[in-house]
Design a protein. Structure first.
Length: 309
């Protein structure tokens, strides 16, 4: 099966009330683990690369690894640019066969965000590629995204409607309380489902995206810390809250931090428990196993996309 856009995935997710996992990739082990898990769960899946991942692994390698996975697995897979910082990066991905790109103009004022997003939309649509945009600012740190809690802001439902109408974007990432990185909440985890409901009322046919939505799985954090990491107080979005989002109108949920934690937990445990190991296949293999378990859990127990391929 060739790469697909997210259009059909999202139409089905909105109709049947489930979310599709969008998992960030950095190397072969990530690709294998995510695609193996999605295939076993018979789930559509989105593999996405940040600008930093592209710089690290390079587009031809990332794309060919996923294509290799498609030779093994017959499931719908979209190749997506996560947090495209500018038109040039989005254009490069469109020109290199990505089926979906995100332009992140959330750091700009409303009118500038509209103007720049529409430039990306016009180019991408002319090449059959769909576009995700963002309105509202998520706090936290992830790759090149760094927003302080003081500068974070919720998405305004009225602005969301105007933004989608004027840009023609295909999906919209909103801010309702999630944040990037491993330290999402200091107190009780809470999302503004009232804002989500109002946004869905205003733009009922536009797929909604949640960024910064890793659970920061406590068991993985515990393994990392047990074997030498220093991650005190790491806290994410609980599974039950993400599940509520998936049945309340969110079509795409981004996961990055949990995969990093899984890989790190596997490597750290292997190094400590088997200090003589220096074969990368041994420690990367353990990390790959934990990523696959993590992705399968998200698909099956949290997002509800099992058997939706």
């Amino acid at each position: 099966m060739p790469f697909v856009t997210t259009k059909d995935m999202f139409e089905k997710s909105m109709k049947e009330k489930f979310a599709i996992g969008a998992f960030n990739i950095n190397n072969m082990e990530f690709v294998q683990a995510i695609m193996d898990a999605a295939a076993k769960e018979n789930s559509p899946v989105i593999l996405q690369t940040s600008a930093s991942a592209i710089k690290y692994a390079r587009v031809p390698y990332l794309k060919k690894m996923i294509e290799a996975g498609l030779e093994e697995h017959d499931i719908p897979v979209a190749l997506h640019l996560d947090h495209g910082p500018d038109f040039e990066t989005c254009k490069m991905c469109v020109d290199n066969g990505y089926t979906s790109v995100m332009f992140d103009g959330s750091k700009y004022d409303f009118e500038t965000n509209i103007k720049l997003t529409k430039e990306v939309v016009d180019y991408a649509h002319a090449h059959g590629v769909v576009v995700e945009a963002e309105l509202g600012k998520l706090a936290g740190i992830e790759d090149d995204v760094n927003v302080s809690a003081e500068d974070a802001m919720y998405t305004d439902p009225e602005e969301a409607k105007e933004f989608v109408e004027r840009t023609g974007c295909d999906s919209l990432a909103i801010a309702i309380g999630t944040s990037h990185g491993a330290y999402k909440f200091k107190g009780e985890a809470k999302l503004r489902f009232d804002i989500l409901a109002k946004i869905k009322e205003k733009i009922p046919n536009t797929p909604i995206v949640l960024h910064g939505a890793s659970t920061v799985i406590p068991e993985l954090v515990e393994i990392c810390n047990k074997y030498g990491a220093d991650l005190p107080g790491a806290k994410g979005v609980p599974d039950e809250i993400l599940h509520e989002a998936s049945v309340s109108g969110v079509s795409k949920i981004n996961v990055d931090t949990d995969l990093r934690l899984a890989m790190t937990a596997g490597i750290r445990e292997t190094f400590v428990e088997n200090p003589s190991v220096f074969d990368p296949r041994k420690y990367m293999g353990k990390g790959r196993e934990l990523i696959e378990e993590t992705v399968a859990h998200k698909i099956r127990d949290v997002f509800g996309s099992s058997n939706k391929a």
